[in-house]
Write a protein that binds this ligand. Structure first.
Ligand code: UDP
Ligand code: MG
Length: 316
């Protein structure tokens, strides 16, 4: 029996993309159909447009290859990817965006690297010429912060979700009990033999990005708290600074001749100290929030409907 490769695409309000994504990807995969069976796992992440009906019609047309997974509501990209990983039946599993920013034409190369023994093949974007200035600068900041906190984990710069994982790597990720999983942190965490393929990231083919400033900040916070507790430790850096300020303000009170200078020093010090305390509390609050999410132990996403493709049914 041929090996099975699953390709997961999470989709949220991607009605303009579903058909063209399936068409482009199936075109590439069919070149390898003499050696592999494929499963295209389309995950509907609670879309409010016609994404799901179009997915079902794609499944009716390509019932051998298209698997559909429908979540009960919008859980966000990470929840959708996790649902795809839970359902994907492949010996190897590729995760990619559905907007063709991750080129399907790279999949054969990823499979070749997997066949040569890699458990993880990471797509790394060499150029971001299609990204806006805002996206480029926030991405630079994100990878800068993440790398300074990553410790022993080796994070591939400019690598997002476009990755191939062996069955071993998928099972290991699924065995991790965290609720707030960030895929691009979980993958380097499991380690295993990793290869990198560089590619030029294209423009989104159609539709709009789902990541505004707010969701990007929340994603960055999840990533940082997910990778390290270093920010908590860094709070103690404030201690010597505050001590110095305290001494400075006392000296200021005694040395400054006119009364108002002393008052200014005291007020400035109070403001700075309050600032430090608030920043420390915010950092702690972020970690407490993560503890709370994990303590509840809820699933990353709820699958409402699932219909496997024929290639998978025939193996069951
Ligand atoms: N996505 C999702 N759920 C969400 C947001 C996004 O499944 O809540 C999917 C989206 O449909 C796309 C992928 O995640 O396939 C990447 O999203 P997007 O292209 O908006 O991100 P960007 O490339 O702008 O970072
Ligand atoms: Mg995109």
């Amino acid at each position: 029996m041929k090996k099975l490769v699953s390709v997961i695409a999470p989709m949220y309000n991607e009605e303009k993309m579903v058909h063209v994504y399936c068409e482009e990807t199936i075109k590439v995969l069919s070149q390898l159909s003499d050696r592999y069976d494929f499963e295209l796992v389309l995950v509907n992440d609670g879309s409010k447009d016609n994404t799901y009906p179009i997915m079902l019609s794609e499944q009716a047309e390509h019932s051998d290859i298209v698997t559909t997974v429908c979540l009960s509501r919008n859980f966000g990209l990470e929840g959708a990817v996790n649902a795809g990983l839970r359902k994907a039946a492949g010996d190897a599993v590729v995760v990619m965006d559905a907007d063709l920013q991750d080129p399907p034409s790279l999949i054969p190369e990823m499979i070749a690297k997997w066949e040569q023994g890699a458990d993880v093949v990471v797509g790394s974007r060499v150029s971001r010429r299609s990204d806006s200035f805002f996206k480029k600068s926030t991405a630079g900041l994100y990878y800068g912060i993440m790398n300074s906190y990553s410790g022993r984990l080796k994070l591939e710069k400019n690598a997002a979700n476009f990755r191939l994982l062996s069955r071993k790597a998928v099972d290991q990720i699924l065995a991790m009990p965290e609720v707030n999983q960030v895929f691009r942190v979980s993958v380097p965490f499991v380690g295993m033999k990793t290869e990198v393929i560089e590619y030029d990231r294209d423009k989104r083919y159609a539709g709009k990005t789902k990541y505004g400033l707010r969701s990007m900040i929340s994603y960055a916070l999840d990533s940082i708290t997910g990778i390290s507790v270093e920010p908590l430790r860094k709070i103690s850096v404030f201690l010597p600074v505050t001590l110095l300020m305290f001494i400075g303000s006392i000296v200021g009170i005694f040395l400054a001749p006119p009364e108002w200078t002393a008052a200014c020093v005291v007020i400035m010090t109070a403001c700075l100290l309050t600032g430090f305390i608030l920043v420390s509390l915010a950092v702690m609050a972020e970690y407490i929030a993560q503890i709370m999410i994990e303590a509840k132990g809820r699933p990353t996403s709820v699958i409402y409907e699932y219909e496997p493709c024929r290639n998978v049914k025939e193996r069951q």
